[in-house]
Design a binder for this molecule. Structure first.
Ligand SMILES: [Ca+2]
Length: 310
């Protein structure tokens, strides 16, 4: 009986340890947080709290939780900072609601440029060629590694459509994802060069002719990571909601939903609500301990019953 009790206790401890281990693994899979994120929900602040607030240029306006670019002189400027120049790997994400435009070459959606408009042109750039471009409309993601630009390109986009664009570099490939799917990749290796330029959203770094080098259309949720997101993470971003999407000045639905959401999130952090946010492994451990105590009680009662006969 005592042996069975010991085995039960060992099983309980093993289950608890396995549960804790799998929780830790889940947390590690999501990887480090973004370096910078501009959600454009009525402002150009860096939502990560890392201080990379963008300066709106040309009187850019915000609507529906996104930035509406006039294609004439609207853009955002972000001061250069060491963490905006990761060396080993990078991910650049942006949403763009496409509109017809001619432009001149690969207009910058997110552009951290070279020191002049000569090769390699960009430190990194997520860009758009216009419908009036001789080669036809396309998306491109370019990263300069050890001084040489390597670009992945996706041909064809349709005005009026909304596109989720993600470019990654992981030390072996430059990849371009469009609407959650990997559409283009190019082999590359080496460290990402750093040219110390400011970062621009909606414009080239070194060219700024009005109506030519500015990207029109609606831009939302521009995010930069210092690591290459996996294809699963990119697909999840595409499926996930954007902050402030379709935001109205006084949204009653949002106001009603808030009180329901907040207590749940708080309860999960504290682990003390009615059960919905309770860690499942803790429930298992408690059940096993209760079972073990019951077995111990039965064992002791049986011994007491047996003792007088002995
Ligand atoms: Ca937004």
């Amino acid at each position: 009986m005592m042996q069975r009790l010991m085995l039960t206790m060992i099983a309980a401890v093993t289950v608890a340890l396995l549960a804790i281990d799998s929780d830790t693994a889940d947390a590690q899979e999501s990887g480090p947080e973004p370096i910078a994120q501009w959600q454009f929900d009525g402002n150009a602040l860096d939502a990560t709290g890392n201080g990379h607030d963008a300066t709106p240029l040309g009187g850019v306006e915000f609507a529906g939780g996104a930035a509406v670019m006039d294609g004439t002189d609207d853009a955002f400027q972000v001061a250069d900072a060491p963490d905006l120049s990761p060396a080993k790997a990078i991910t650049v994400e942006a949403w763009w609601n496409a509109v017809d435009f001619t432009g001149s070459g690969n207009n910058g959606l997110v552009d951290k440029g070279f020191t002049s408009h000569t090769p390699p042109h960009y430190q990194y750039q997520l860009g758009v060629n216009g419908t009036g471009w001789p080669g036809g409309p396309n998306f491109g993601f370019s990263v300069t590694v050890d001084g040489t630009a390597v670009g992945a390109r996706y041909d064809g986009w349709t005005p009026g459509q909304t596109y989720h664009l993600v470019g990654t570099y992981d030390g072996s490939e430059v990849r371009l994802y469009v609407n959650g799917a990997l559409e283009a990749s190019r082999a590359a290796s080496g460290s990402i060069s750093d040219y110390g330029q400011d970062l621009f959203i909606g414009r080239y770094t070194n060219l700024q002719d009005e109506g030519v080098h500015f990207l029109p259309g609606t831009i939302d949720q521009v995010t930069i990571w210092g690591r290459a997101l996996s294809s699963d993470e990119v697909a999840d971003l595409y499926k996930g909601p954007r902050t402030g999407e379709g935001e109205q000045p006084a949204n009653e639905t949002d106001a009603e939903e808030m009180p329901d959401d907040e207590p749940e999130a708080t309860a999960q952090q504290n682990g003390d609500d009615d059960g919905s946010g309770f860690p499942w492994w803790l429930i298992v451990v408690i059940l096993v301990i209760v079972a073990a105590l019951l077995l111990l009680l039965l064992f002791l009662r049986r011994r007491r019953r047996e003792e007088p006969e002995a």
